[in-house]
Design a protein around this ligand. Structure first.
Ligand SMILES: Nc1ncnc2c1ncn2[C@@H]1O[C@H](COP(=O)(O)OP(=O)(O)OP(=O)(O)O)[C@@H](O)[C@H]1O
Ligand SMILES: [Mg+2]
Length: 312
């Protein structure tokens, strides 16, 4: 028997006045998974997340977290879940160690605060005021606060928004570490690269509705199977060889490069195109001076499914 999902969301709807923020949203998060809700600003990610956390109550539909209803069993769940809210703030002059101590006092069996501070790379900032921390350090502190009760499931809303790429990568490693310790993570992001690199599965949300759910690579393959390979070669037989491959749909020479010496071929096709082109190059000993591939991303999937870019 497969284990029951950690989070089960069935056809929830949430409106604010005449705004339908979330409509017919359903998904399951399995134990040990990093699951992402991805979509543009205003798509309904935070609303969905806060319904799952028990902070808001959906108008319709059902939710269970660790087998409990978050709206009715908030206290029982509080000990077992960790929450990091979008745009959270703390008092300017609270120290890192004080914030962690305060949060620890809210729970029956907190983790060792000093150890957590160390694990999140904040030892140097132990006695620093919140207002003096960098964006990345603040985010790490919020992760520490979300983990202080050693939760079974962690909710992270827009964890890396506003961070530079280096700080973002460090946070991704931290989140992977949470999964490694056997915990389940539900997060939201509007960064497709983040979803692609971090999430085991994602639900794409637009205008309050889920458009599709799957592993990032699976979604790309399902909706954007096309692949492109650019090969620069002066081998005049190359184009014919590529055309003979079953995965290849077209081979054209790039008009922006010189024909003959080192001209570039653009090979378009589907499925396992890249491997087959490499095999073909090896088999026929075709010499290349450049080789590049273009594989669609979740960003392309989003565009294809919604007709607009995620940042529109
Ligand atoms: N408390 C509220 N009162 C009224 N409308 C709200 C409220 N909270 C959210 N909304 C609206 O509901 C919709 C979904 O908002 P939500 O915050 O869930 O989106 P989001 O996907 O988290 O966006 P973002 O990427 O900007 O965080 C938006 O149209 C928003 O304006
Ligand atoms: Mg949000």
């Amino acid at each position: 028997m497969p284990s029951p999902p950690v989070v089960h969301v069935a056809a929830i709807r949430k409106t604010y006045g005449r705004t339908v923020a979330v409509d017919e949203v359903s998904f399951n998060v399995q134990p040990g998974e990093i699951f992402g809700l991805i979509g543009p600003n205003g798509a309904g990610k935070t609303t969905t997340m806060e319904c799952v956390e028990g902070l808001r109550v959906p108008d319709r539909g059902a939710i269970s977290v660790l087998g409990l209803d978050p709206a009715r069993n908030r206290h029982a769940l509080q000990e077992r879940i960790g929450v990091q809210l979008q745009e959270a703030q703390l008092q300017k002059r609270i120290k890192v160690i004080e914030a962690v101590g305060l949060w620890a006092s809210l729970y029956q069996k907190p983790l060792d605060g000093d150890r957590l501070i160390e694990q999140l790379g904040l030892s140097d900032k132990r006695n620093a005021w919140f207002m003096t921390l960098s964006g990345g350090q603040k985010q790490r502190l919020f992760i520490a606060l979300a983990l202080i009760n050693d939760p079974e499931v962690v909710f992270l809303d827009e964890l890396t928004t506003g961070l530079d790429p280096q700080a973002r990568r460090a946070i991704w490693d931290l989140v992977r570490g949470i999964r490694q310790r056997g915990k389940t993570v539900l997060l939201t992001t509007h960064l497709m690269e983040e979803a692609e690199r971090l999430c085991d599965r994602v639900a794409i949300i637009d205008h309050g509705r889920i458009i599709d759910i799957g592993a990032p690579a699976e979604l790309v393959l399902r909706h954007c199977p096309e692949r492109t390979v650019f090969v620069a070669t002066d081998d005049v037989t190359a184009a014919e060889r590529f055309r003979a491959l079953p995965q290849v749909q077209s081979v054209v020479s790039d008009p922006s490069t010189a024909l003959g010496a080192g001209g570039q071929l653009i090979i378009r096709g589907q499925g396992d195109l890249v491997t087959e082109v490499i095999h073909c190059l090896a088999e026929h000993r075709i010499r290349v001076t450049d080789f590049r591939t273009e594989v669609p991303t979740l960003e392309d999937v989003f565009l294809k499914l919604t007709g607009h870019l995620i940042r529109d």
